[in-house]
Structure formats: structure tokens, C-alpha cells
Design a protein around this ligand. Structure first.
Ligand SMILES: *Cc1c(COP(=O)(O)O)cnc(C)c1O
Length: 364
């Protein structure tokens, strides 16, 4: 027993990801090819063939350390976004970027504000750095009220985490709100744009005006490289300089660097993914037989009242469909689920099964 493990870590709850295909195969005896995984917002058609080519091409040189700092990838992102390479930081996924930022900014006793329900991956990393979390409830449409945030801010507030589009609700942070917070609050405004490729707009341009704004992006979602773990952020050159001191020198691996560069260049592929997702998203919003919310991401948030989310999740799993029960998201209700937009055949399947569940008697 490692007696000296820090108390704040002992008290942490472990992060529980969505169920994976293997668990469903084992529990319900469904063949793996019959399982639809619509739970983790992954890209349903996988990465660009060009990225796969790059992975294979790089495989033979994995005995060599990657270039320190991954500047080749920063150059490619710089070109893609038309921002200077000195404003780009890299990480082992957005998770890695957040971890690095926590190391930079959080002293024991500092706090990070989260408008909930939202993605709380950053919460564990804040607490692991000795920080605390403060929650602010969103309104019934999951919008953020700047006044509520101002009220929660104190002298130990170091960051406001804003997910846009928000996981799990799908709505974006309005530019007006982001500006107001960036102007009024002396803390980092962390904008998590993990799903921005599926959205109508981005807040990237705010980094030109506000030194306290950081825009985080990932290759895990639209680019289909979740398994490779590669994320990045755009921030002020000053934050970039300090950040580069605290992350492990070879944080982003050689294969991920090459795959990410290839993925960025394949504009046709990413366009096709976005079209597929938007089409599927419209379909789910229209045909899921429960209340759905507008979404700018690759998932749809659903209120399955009068059913419980745990019941619907379990019943769908028995039928080989994995979705996300959102009752474990702090601030969500026990009737909320999140469905990742999948291939059209899977979208059709989840709608069919939900309709059958809703119509079947005896479950109410
Ligand atoms: C999936 C997700 C991430 C994780 O991104 P990685 O780059 O895979 O670490 C970050 N933020 C949000 C909101 C996500 O949903």
C-alpha cells in the first residue's frame, strides 16, 4: 500500500468511459460486427486513408525518438489554421494539453470553474494538480450566464473551462459570452473546441484579441485518430513558451505526428466526414422519438423521459447498440442520453430500437 499517495488523489472518482464493444460481445453474446458503438463520439468511418498510409510508412522508424516539440506538426497546423506556429502547443490528446496547462497555472487551493453539465475530463486533472472545481449550472437550454460565472469567480480562480460545442449537450458558447468573460475575468478562458469541425463557427479569432484565451483542438474526433492520442491548442506565445517547458519532451509520438499531418492535408476526406455527420445529425434530431436538443457536434443529446437513461442504455445494449448514459455527468438528469452520429445504417438502427422501446408496454 503506497501510504504517501496524496489525499486529493485518494478522494478522486475514477473516470468511467462509455462501454466498449468487447464488453457487449461478452455480456450479451452479440457478434462484434453486429455491435454499433455510438457512445464515445468517435469518427464512424475512421481516419483518412492518407493518415493510414502515413502510419504504415512511419512504423519502420519507431525505434527513433520523435523530433522534440513536434515542430513539423506545429508548422502543418499553422498552415491549416493560418496562425503563427509560435502560438501552437501540442499534447497527448486534448487531455494532455489540459494536463500541461494545469501544471502551468494551478497551485494547491486554486480553482477551475465548470458550467455544467459538461465534459469533466479537466476536472480530474485540476484536482490532481491540487486544485478545486466550482460548478455553475447552465440554464434549461444549457446556455451560460456570464453573471453566474462572475458570481462564482474568486481570487483563487485560475481557469474557466468552456466546452464549445459542449459535450454532452451539443450547443456552442456564444461569442458575446466568451468575450464578456475574457474581458472581465483575470483567469484563463479555456475553450475546448474538440468538436469544432462539425460546428458552424469557431472562436479561434478571439486569440488575436485576448491573451487569456486558449483554444483547444484534437485529432480524436473529426480526424478519426482517437487511438493515436494527439491534441493541440492555440494560445498566446508567452503561454506557449512556458508550456513547452513543462510537458514531456517526446509527448507526441512519431506516428501520431505523421498521421496528423497527413490527416490535415486530406481536405476532401474531412469534408466528406463532416457532410456525413451533419446528415446523420439531422436525421437523429428529426427521427429519435424523444426530445432532442440542437447540436453543432457529432452527437445528439436526448431526454428520454419518462424512461430512465440507465434503462434505455441497458435495453439498447442488449440489442447491440452502445450509447452514453449521461446520468453520470454532474448536472445532467437521469433521463439524459447522448447518441454519437454513426454510419447511416447505425443511425437508422438506433432510431428503430428507440421507437420500439417507446411503444412497448409495461416499461413506463
Ligand atoms: C473527446 C473529448 C476530448 C478528448 O480529446 P483527446 O484529444 O482525445 O484527449 C476533449 N474534450 C472534449 C469535450 C471531448 O469530448
Amino acid at each position: 500500500m503506497p501510504l504517501s499517495v496524496r489525499e486529493c488523489i485518494r478522494e478522486l472518482r475514477e473516470y468511467i468511459p462509455g462501454k466498449n464493444i468487447e464488453e457487449v460481445v461478452e455480456k450479451y453474446g452479440i457478434p462484434p460486427e453486429k455491435v454499433a458503438k455510438l457512445a464515445s463520439n468517435e469518427n464512424p468511418i475512421g481516419p483518412s486513408p492518407k493518415a493510414i498510409e502515413a502510419i504504415i510508412r512511419t512504423a519502420g522508424s519507431v525505434h527513433i525518438y520523435p523530433e522534440k516539440g513536434g515542430w513539423k506538426l506545429r508548422e502543418a497546423i499553422s498552415e491549416y489554421l493560418e496562425v503563427p506556429p509560435e502560438t501552437i502547443i501540442l499534447g497527448n490528446g486534448v487531455d494532455g494539453v489540459i494536463e500541461g496547462l494545469m501544471k502551468l497555472f494551478i497551485e494547491p487551493g486554486d480553482n477551475v470553474i465548470f458550467p455544467i453539465p459538461t465534459f469533466l475530463g479537466a476536472e480530474l486533472l485540476a484536482v490532481a494538480s491540487g486544485g478545486r472545481t466550482k460548478y455553475v449550472m447552465r440554464d434549461e437550454n444549457f446556455e451560460i450566464s456570464p453573471d453566474d460565472i462572475f458570481e462564482a469567480v474568486d481570487e483563487r480562480t485560475k481557469m474557466i473551462y468552456l466546452c464549445t460545442p459542449n459535450n454532452p449537450t451539443g450547443n456552442v458558447v456564444e461569442e458575446r459570452v466568451a468575450r464578456e468573460l475574457a474581458e472581465e475575468i483575470d483567469a484563463l478562458i479555456l475553450l475546448d473546441e474538440a468538436y469544432v469541425e462539425f460546428a458552424d463557427s469557431s472562436l479561434l479569432h478571439l486569440i488575436e484579441e485576448y491573451e487569456n484565451v486558449v483554444i483547444m483542438r484534437t485529432f480524436s474526433k473529426a480526424f478519426g485518430l482517437a487511438g493515436l492520442r494527439c491534441g493541440y491548442a492555440i494560445c498566446s506565445p508567452e503561454i506557449r513558451k512556458e508550456y513547452d517547458k513543462v510537458i514531456p519532451p517526446f509527448d507526441v509520438n512519431r506516428v501520431a505526428i505523421e498521421a496528423a499531418i497527413a490527416a490535415l492535408k486530406d481536405k476532401e476526406f474531412i469534408k466528406m466526414v463532416i457532410e456525413l455527420v451533419r446528415e446523420g445529425r439531422e436525421f437523429l434530431r428529426k427521427d429519435v422519438p424523444f426530445k432532442t436538443y440542437p447540436s453543432q457536434a457529432n452527437f445528439v443529446f436526448v431526454d428520454v423521459s419518462p424512461f430512465k437513461s440507465s434503462f434505455i442504455t441497458e435495453e439498447l445494449m442488449k440489442r447491440g447498440i452502445i450509447i452514453r448514459d449521461c446520468s453520470s455527468f454532474t448536472g445532467a438528469k437521469d433521463t439524459h442520453i447522448r447518441i454519437t452520429v454513426g454510419k447511416m445504417e447505425d443511425n437508422l438502427r438506433v432510431v428503430e430500437e428507440l421507437k420500439k422501446l417507446k411503444e412497448s408496454d409495461g416499461f413506463n
